[in-house]
Design a protein around this ligand. Structure first.
Ligand code: PGA
Length: 254
């Protein structure tokens, strides 16, 4: 089974609308149509200008979070149907910064995922252990709990709209990426769990991105691993050249 590589840039809380449009224009001059699926995830306030700037390109638009209700008295929140209405393709859920800084747990991530899948949107669901969990040999205990929690009650039909992103927390924004072998080991375990929870075809089709200090220098090696199907890129996605070089690295592996 060949899984199409999927690279998503997570812009976090960077870029105004005007800056986002500028970065999209820069990206468009550097990216050619390829076998790689490419998305960017700007902040909410930059989604519409990014969408206008990427019109006619093959770049997809993702949001970085959403609420689990369709609407209501939830001051400061954004609902999945609102993202659908402004032409988002999908939503990133359960990023470690949401889990750590905004107290999102597995049950909340699951509620959000169900809400997203009630629309036509896709989801990237992030999982990953902290440094102390890795050092205590609890990586698989934590990651498997997060995968099971996120996917609870999700049908195999819905699974095709989900990408999992393994992001070891100790590798995010630190410049210290997981080695290709470390990433491959956990990705293979995650695929095995999807096989156990669903089926062999579902596991074969599931895309599992790696995230955490992905850079032009390490992209090809990480993406060359058999179970690494793409990357969720933070810091390096804010520079058009670096992001384009990471995508070029992904192309080398297909
Ligand atoms: P990083 O972030 O590439 O800056 O390490 C990755 C992420 O948080 O998704």
């Amino acid at each position: 089974m060949t899984r199409r590589k999927f690279i998503c840039g997570n812009w976090k809380m960077f870029k105004t609308g005007a800056e986002a449009a500028q970065l999209v224009r820069e990206l468009r001059t550097r990216l050619s149509e390829s076998g790689v699926q490419i998305a960017i995830a700007p902040p909410f306030t930059a989604l519409e200008s990014a969408h206008a700037a990427l019109a006619g390109s093959h770049l997809q638009l993702y949001a970085q979070n959403c609420h689990f209700e369709k609407q209501g008295a939830f001051t400061g929140e954004i609902a999945a149907p609102m993202l659908e209405a402004i032409s988002c393709h999908g939503v990133i859920l359960g990023h470690s910064e949401r889990r750590t800084l905004f107290a999102e747990d597995d049950a909340l991530v699951n509620k959000k995922l169900r809400a997203v899948l009630d629309t036509r949107l896709a989801a990237i669901v992030c999982i990953g252990e902290t440094l102390s969990e890795r050092e205590a040999n609890r990586t698989w205990e934590v990651v498997s709990r997060q995968v099971r929690g996120a996917l609870s009650g999700i049908s195999s039909e819905q699974l095709s709209r989900i990408t999992l992103a393994y992001e070891p927390v100790w590798a995010i924004g630190t410049g210290r990426n997981a080695t290709a072998a470390q990433a491959q080991e956990v990705h293979a375990q995650i695929r095995g769990l999807v096989r156990e929870l669903y089926s062999a075809p579902a596991a074969d089709a599931m895309r599992i991105q790696y995230g955490g200090s992905v850079k032009p220098e390490n992209a090809a090696e990480l993406l060359g691993q058999p179970d690494v199907d793409g990357a969720l890129v933070g810091g390096a996605s804010l520079k058009a050249d670096d992001f384009a070089r990471i995508i070029a690295g992904a192309k080398l592996t297909i």
